[in-house]
Design a protein around this ligand. Structure first.
Ligand code: FES
Ligand SMILES: [Fe+2]
Length: 349
C-alpha cells in the first residue's frame, strides 16, 4: 500500500475548504418554490428549492437517471423534476417518479445525498458533513443577527480566488488604509503601525496597536464547532447618517478551489426612525460606495496567483493571517486523521 502523505492531505483539505461546517450559499430571496437554484459548495454541485411548505431543500445537482443538472429543471408539487426526461426527485434525494416509464424500478430509490439547510437573517446556510461530525452542530450566529437593535443588509459576491485569500484579507486590517485609501470611509488614519493579536473566548482579535476607530483597525474571528465568521467595524463620517460605526460580518464560502462566495452582512445599531433613515440612505447612496470598496478587494485577490503562499514573505502585520491559517490547518488535521482512521477515501482527485 502506498504511504499516505498526511501533510499533503491536510493542505489539500484546507485548500478545498473544511468539512463539518455550515456555509452560507445564497440569499433567502434567491431560493424559490417555482424555480431551482444551482450552485457549488466545496467543489460539489448542489441544487436548492422550496417545497410546498416553503422549507428549503438541498440535494446534489445531478439527475439519478443520466446526470443532467437538476437545477435546469422545474419544481413539481414541492419536488424537483429533471428537464431532460422528466424524472422527479424529492428533497431527500429519493426518486419519486419516472414519468416516461411506467412502474420503473428507480422509483422509491434513495439516489442522491441531501444536505441540512438553515435560514438565518436573509441567508441560507448548508451543512457539509465530515466523518467526525456527520450531523450538524449548532449554527452559531453573530450576536448582532440575534438582536433587534441592529439592522443590516446582506451583500454577496463571487470572487475568482481561493477562499483562503478572502479570509487572509479579513485577518489583515492593515490593508484598509492602503488598498481602500481613496474610499468614502477608509481614507483616514496613519499608514504605519504594529499589529497585536489576542485570544478571545471564541477565537481571536487582531488589531492595530496605535490606532483604533479611525479606519478598518481590527477584526475579530469567532471559531465555533460548526462555523467560522468574523466581524470588523468601519467608522462612518457624519454624512453616513445615524447609527455610529458600520459593522461588517463576514463569512467566506469555498465554492471550489478557485472560487469563493463572500457573504457580508452590513449592520448598524439603529432603532425606530433612525433605522428607517439608515435603511433608506443605504439603498439610495451608501450601497454603491461599499460595492466600490469590495470591488477593490476582489480585484486585488483575483490578481494574486493561486500559489502565492509558496513565495510570500510575511512580516509582523501578518499575525492574523498566520493565526487563521493555523486554525484551518488544525481543523483539517482532525478531519483527515478521522478519515484515515475510518479508512474512508479522502476527496478523490
Ligand atoms: S437525465 Fe434526468 S431524466 Fe434523464
Ligand atoms: Fe478590504
Amino acid at each position: 500500500m502506498a504511504t499516505v502523505d498526511k501533510k499533503a492531505l491536510i493542505e489539500k483539505r484546507v485548500n478545498e475548504g473544511l468539512r463539518g461546517q455550515w456555509y452560507p450559499v445564497a440569499k433567502s430571496v434567491e431560493i424559490k418554490g417555482t424555480k431551482p437554484y444551482g450552485t457549488r459548495l466545496l467543489g460539489e454541485k448542489i441544487v436548492l428549492w422550496r417545497n410546498r411548505e416553503g422549507q428549503i431543500q438541498c440535494i446534489e445537482d445531478f439527475c439519478p437517471h443520466r446526470g443532467a443538472p437538476l437545477s435546469y429543471g422545474e419544481i413539481h408539487e414541492g419536488n424537483i423534476g429533471c428537464r431532460y426526461h422528466g424524472v422527479i426527485v424529492d428533497g431527500e434525494g429519493v426518486v419519486q417518479r419516472v414519468p416516461a416509464m411506467p412502474e420503473c424500478a428507480l422509483e422509491g430509490r434513495k439516489a442522491l445525498k441531501h444536505f441540512h439547510v438553515q435560514e438565518a437573517y436573509d441567508g441560507v446556510f448548508v451543512y457539509v458533513p465530515s466523518i467526525d461530525q456527520p450531523e450538524p452542530p449548532e449554527l452559531v450566529l453573530p450576536k448582532e443577527m440575534e438582536s433587534d437593535k441592529w439592522s443590516g443588509f446582506l451583500c454577496t459576491s463571487v470572487w475568482e480566488s481561493n477562499y483562503r485569500y478572502a479570509l487572509d484579507n479579513l485577518a489583515d486590517p492593515m490593508h484598509g488604509c492602503y488598498l481602500h485609501a481613496d474610499s468614502f470611509t477608509l481614507a483616514y488614519g496613519s499608514k504605519q503601525d504594529l499589529m497585536k493579536l489576542d485570544k478571545t473566548d471564541e477565537g481571536f482579535r487582531i488589531e492595530r496597536v496605535a490606532q483604533a476607530g479611525e479606519n478598518f483597525d481590527w477584526t475579530e474571528f469567532e471559531v465555533h464547532p460548526g462555523n467560522i465568521f468574523c466581524y470588523l467595524d468601519i467608522p462612518y463620517p457624519p454624512a453616513g447618517g445615524p447609527g455610529g460605526v458600520f459593522r461588517i460580518i463576514g463569512f467566506t464560502t469555498p465554492m471550489d478551489e478557485h472560487t469563493t462566495k463572500v457573504f457580508f452582512w452590513r449592520m448598524r445599531q439603529v432603532e425606530g426612525l433612525a433605522r428607517d433613515s439608515w435603511r433608506f440612505l443605504y439603498r439610495a447612496q451608501l450601497e454603491t460606495n461599499h460595492w466600490n470598496v469590495l470591488e477593490q478587494d476582489r480585484v486585488m485577490l483575483e490578481g494574486m496567483p493561486d500559489d502565492a503562499r509558496k513565495r510570500e514573505m510575511l512580516y509582523q502585520h501578518d499575525l492574523g493571517v498566520s493565526r487563521i491559517r493555523q486554525i484551518l490547518t488544525r481543523a483539517a488535521k482532525v478531519q483527515v486523521e478521522a478519515e484515515l482512521k475510518a479508512n474512508a477515501p479522502v476527496a478523490a482527485e
